[in-house]
Design a protein around this ligand. Structure first.
Ligand code: GAP
Length: 520
């Protein structure tokens, strides 16, 4: 076996290379690029759409197909405007924003402060790194506890955090501005400290329904898919004869007018969520919350990426509707960040919908012989973030023994956009016809790609770059012995296999049954 060296990339380099790879190979394009794009909106290309669909399908199969008590729906993006009053989004789905009067640039006030804190943290880390390089048997904890500069900076961070937390809790926007002034934070564009007051900015996009322009016709683009599930709770429960505990799942677009939208597809203004609301008997919700934490982390691990890439982050400060909440964080190239949220939402949503609609949102429990509003445990993952997590883990640059390099997307085979590439060695002598014959058999079960242009080496590289797990090469010998060369993406190993065995071999390599089995 040949020696392969994987290039070590810094997080920044990795992220930059993933973004350009996505564009070069048809995974992700900037929206309306010919008009210079639209900020924080992206289009998925021919490869990206397939990978995204496979991720979505895997989630759906794990949630709906494997669980008899979970069903899926597809609710509309537009909902009655009172929905968002009841959910709290009209009054409370806000970010604090501040403008610089000179550059006219808008910032999230909390992000300005958090970034300032991050800069001080970076200073501390640099100090620690420098000392670690100087001293043998370096004791980091001791150094942090005794070094004057580190202590001083840590004190600054603690003070800012306490002031900032208190200001947010009291919704004291004047104090938030004062913190920005006290920290002497300047605008990155104008370099000045000429700030407006801090004000709350609602993240929902609104539009008008029909031809009326009065306020009563204002409707919103949904900022989460969850409410489409809540307002259909009784429809589904009754028509599906569902018994508590049961879940309703949904995937679909959500929209948020993010003030600071960056980091590629990590934070977008139009994105896709995969959410499941699990309705339970009041009093059992924390038990179910723990169960869903275990189930969801097992699902992430089943993708096959290192378990060290995931961690739970429990929320200390809970939203007003939650009695427990956590994030599953993933180590993206720019650090650990939220990938999925798991929330015990109590009966907040259904109770409010009952109040605002005047229609009972209750379940009759035959075992208890009583009516109640169920409690809800929610799992909510961003499909685009899952996509980015997958690429962050799959993207690899390798140096091969012969000095050449390859970029390979080590996407789990069951998720890869194309499963098989069918490659006639040359464009003549009946090889394309034989290749088409093989392709016609396989394409009934798998997405296959036929390519006859360029040398076989170049075609293998191209398939590596889009993550195709299997290449089948049809050569002159194939016409005689009915065998093809099967090349494996990850090991680059090649073997001759009989055409009759291909269906089974491909199935064994790319089927998602093995992954799903881990979840049963
Ligand atoms: N229904 C609950 C809810 O919407 P959230 O934590 O605001 O909770 C859930 O969002 C998930 O949606 C996040 O964990 C993240 O993966 C994804 N998400 C949220 N805002 C996003 C954005 N602007 N761009 C991309 N994904 C986003």
């Amino acid at each position: 076996m040949s020696t392969v060296i994987t290039r070590k990339l810094s997080g920044e380099e990795l992220f930059r290379n993933i973004i350009s790879h996505c564009k070069e190979y048809g995974f992700i394009f900037q929206s309306s690029e010919i008009y210079d794009g639209l900020s924080a909106v992206y289009d998925y290309g021919q490869m990206g759409a397939e990978l995204k669909k496979n991720l979505r399908d895997y989630w759906w199969k794990a949630m709906v197909q494997l669980n008899e008590n979970i069903v899926g729906i597809d609710a509309a993006i537009f909902m009655h405007p009172t929905t968002w009053k009841a959910s709290g989004h009209v009054d409370a789905f806000n970010d604090p924003l501040i403008d610089n009067k000179d550059s006219k640039k808008r910032y999230r006030a909390d992000v300005l402060i958090e970034e300032h804190v991050a800069k001080i943290e970076a200073k501390i880390n640099k100090e620690v790194e420098k000392a670690a390089a100087r001293f043998e048997n370096f004791d980091e904890a001791m150094f942090r506890a005794t070094n004057a500069r580190v202590l001083e900076n840590q004190k600054k961070i603690d003070e800012i955090n306490i002031r900032f937390k208190n200001a947010l809790e009291a919704n004291d926007l004047a104090e938030v501005k004062q913190i920005i002034l006290d920290l002497e934070i300047t605008c990155a564009v104008s370099g000045t400290r000429n700030w407006t007051d801090v004000r709350q900015f609602n993240l929902m996009f609104s539009t008008q329904l029909g031809s009326l322009s009065e306020e009563s016709s204002t409707i919103y683009l949904r900022p989460e898919t969850a409410q489409g599930i809540f307002v259909n709770f009784l429809n589904v429960q009754k028509t599906g004869r569902m018994k508590i505990p049961f879940g309703i799942a949904q995937t679909g677009k959500a929209f948020r007018n993010e003030i600071v939208a960056r980091q590629f597809i990590f934070r977008m203004r139009e994105f896709e969520q995969m959410e499941m609301q699990f309705f339970v008997k009041p009093g059992t919700e924390l038990e179910w919350y723990e169960k869903w934490k275990t189930t969801r982390i097992a699902w992430h691990h089943s993708l096959g990426f290192p378990q060290s890439k995931y961690r739970f982050h429990d929320h200390i400060k809970l939203a007003h509707y939650a009695n427990a909440a956590c994030d599953i964080e993933f180590e993206f190239p720019f650090g650990f960040k939220e990938l999925e949220g798991i929330h015990s939402r109590t009966d907040f949503d259904l109770r409010n919908h009952e109040h605002y609609s005047g229609k009972k949102q209750q379940y009759f429990d035959p075992e208890e012989n009583a009516n109640y509003i169920p409690y809800v445990v929610e799992t909510s993952i961003g499909l685009d973030r899952l996509f980015l997590a997958t690429l962050s883990q799959a993207y690899t640059e390798e140096q091969l023994e012969d000095g050449s390099t390859r970029v390979v997307l080590r996407i789990p085979p069951f998720l890869a956009p194309y499963k098989v590439a069918v490659l006639p060695l040359v464009k003549k002598d009946g090889l394309p016809e034989k290749a088409r014959e093989i392709m016609d058999r396989l394409k009934l079960d798998h997405l296959c790609l036929y390519e006859e242009k360029d040398s076989i080496g170049k075609r293998y590289r191209r398939m590596d770059a889009i993550g195709t797990p299997i290449c089948l090469t049809i050569d002159h010998q194939t016409l005689e012995d009915h065998m093809v060369t099967l090349r494996d993406r990850d090991s680059m190993q090649q073997e001759r296999v009989a055409i009759d065995r291909l269906a089974d071999l491909v199935h064994a390599r790319v089927s998602l049954q093995r992954q799903l089995l881990q979840l049963i």
